[in-house]
Design a protein. Structure first.
Length: 437
């Protein structure tokens, strides 16, 4: 099959590289000259474990190429995926679909024979209908079938998620498109990944409902964490105890500083807006969004409380900036709000992240960056663990104790057992567990 991926970001590049790895011929297109130039020069513009090797192998095999211009490859393609961004629209929180519609028009202009155009971007219910209307009204002579195929991969584990998905959701009732999509995913089907066909609108809603449910699960355990702290329970044990029930499951029950990233915040908000438009409000999700928004700033206050209620003139060392480990993605990362709260409180913030510092520099105020945890911890009044990168899981606590001004650790990811930290004389403040002062 000849596949074109429009948008070569976290989703487009991973999906494109993996489709090439399945044996398809793939062209990844992007408007960003910098991205395409980097890719053509053999560099990978994002950090995603395992991606570089797959790109290299498939380029060498002649199955993967890159372009700034979609027209030549779209003219030859069987399937064109739209994987451009759908950020929150400024002002009202609806998904901004301008990139999707612009891409759709460009694709339609370049299409030659029968072509399947697939929205892989997360798009609100009805977007496929609107794309179809645009094609019908503006390009009536073109033979295009519009399909929804939302992506569920997680950054940091994107290759495995793409190659071993729990399911592949495909929204179309067009039998020609069904055949094409079966062929696209045939290698995964052999891997026993179920293809789940449904109507296009249903498929669009599945993506939002899935993200909203996961965001709600995280928010649920975060509130149980706050309650645990107040009443002297341990949220990790509560999570384990409820997670052993198969009806609940043990995933997404890690209490922390609130969900962030490029998907959950914008997708929960967009679902809330869509539901309001259809006069069918999703109040659980509205509340989830509100709780999570408050939580990030509250985590800043938690750090301040751990520093005896005042951080003015104090040095705070922040470990981890990205919204989760194994990515360089800083979009809507909780660290942004937490650090702002600390700066507002008068703290000097020093930070270290293995992959996120370049992006962070454009998004954060006056933060001083270091090269490793020990450099930023020297002379600090507290360490705050915001992202659970592996390299923060086994810090040399003895060394930290000697170089810090005050031995205080605020662990917003609960990665340390209490007794391991307290035996070195640290004050330890975790999430949903009794503080040890
Ligand atoms: P991204 O910002 O990393 O990438 C989008 C890319 O599209 C950018 O490189 C941009 O330059 C390019 N682009 C925009 N308009 C274009 C056009 N007309 N032609 C060519 N290129 C164009 O975004 P992302 O994180 O990959 O997300 C893409 C979509 O996938 C979003 O809808 C998102 O919600 C969804 N999604 C993301 C994830 C994730 O983990 N990042 C997971 C599942 C779904």
């Amino acid at each position: 099959m000849r596949i074109v991926m429009i948008g070569s970001g976290y989703v487009g590049l991973v999906s494109g590289a993996c489709f090439a790895d399945f044996g398809h011929h793939v062209t990844c297109v992007d408007k960003s000259e910098a991205k395409i130039n980097a890719l053509e020069a053999g560099e990978v513009p994002i950090y995603e474990p395992g991606l570089e090797a797959i790109i290299q192998q498939n380029r060498s095999a002649g199955r993967l190429d890159f372009s700034k211009n979609l027209a030549p490859s779209v003219g030859e393609a069987d399937v064109v995926f739209i994987a451009v961004g759908t950020p929150s629209r400024r002002g009202d929180g609806h998904a901004d679909l301008s990139y999707v519609y612009a891409a759709a028009r460009e694709i339609a202009a370049a299409v030659r024979g029968f072509t399947v155009v697939v929205t892989k971007s997360t798009v609100p219910v009805g977007t496929g209908d609107e794309i179809e209307r645009i094609f019908r009204d503006e390009f009536p002579e073109k033979d295009i079938s519009v399909v929804s195929n939302p992506e569920f991969l997680r950054e940091g584990a994107a290759i495995t998620d793409f190659k071993r998905p729990d399911r592949i959701v495909i929204g179309t009732e067009d039998t020609r498109a069904v055949e094409v999509m079966r062929e696209v995913y045939r290698p995964l089907y052999l891997n026993e990944a179920p293809l789940y066909f449904c109507e296009r609108r249903t498929s669009e809603l599945i993506k939002y409902a899935a993200n909203a449910f996961l965001a709600m699960k995280i928010t649920f355990i975060n509130e149980i964490a706050d309650l645990s702290e107040k009443i002297g329970a341990d949220v990790q044990k509560v999570a384990k105890g409820i997670g052993m029930d198969k009806r609940i499951g043990d995933k997404f029950l890690h209490a922390g500083p609130g969900y962030g990233g490029s998907c959950f915040p914008k997708d929960t908000l967009a679902l809330v807006k869509t539901a309001q438009d259809f006069d069918s409000p999703v109040r659980l999700i509205e509340t989830t969004v509100a709780i999570n928004d408050n939580r990030k700033r509250a985590m800043g206050r938690k750090v301040i409380a751990a520093c005896d209620g005042d951080v003015r003139g104090k040095k705070i060392a922040v470990l981890g900036l990205t919204f989760k480990p194994n990515t360089d993605d800083m979009r809507d990362a909780p660290s942004l709000t937490i650090i702002q709260a600390l700066l507002d409180g008068g703290a000097t913030v020093h930070a270290y992240d293995p992959e996120g510092m370049d992006a962070a520099k454009d998004m954060l105020g006056p933060v001083i960056y270091g090269n490793d945890p020990y450099e930023i911890a020297a002379g600090a009044d507290a360490i705050v663990i915001v992202t659970e990168w592996d390299e923060f899981r086994a810090l040399d606590l003895k060394r930290l104790k000697t170089i810090m001004k005050k031995p205080v650790i605020v662990d917003l990811r609960n990665i340390y057992p209490v007794n391991e930290v307290t035996k070195y004389g640290f004050g330890y403040f975790a999430v949903g567990r009794k503080p040890e002062k």
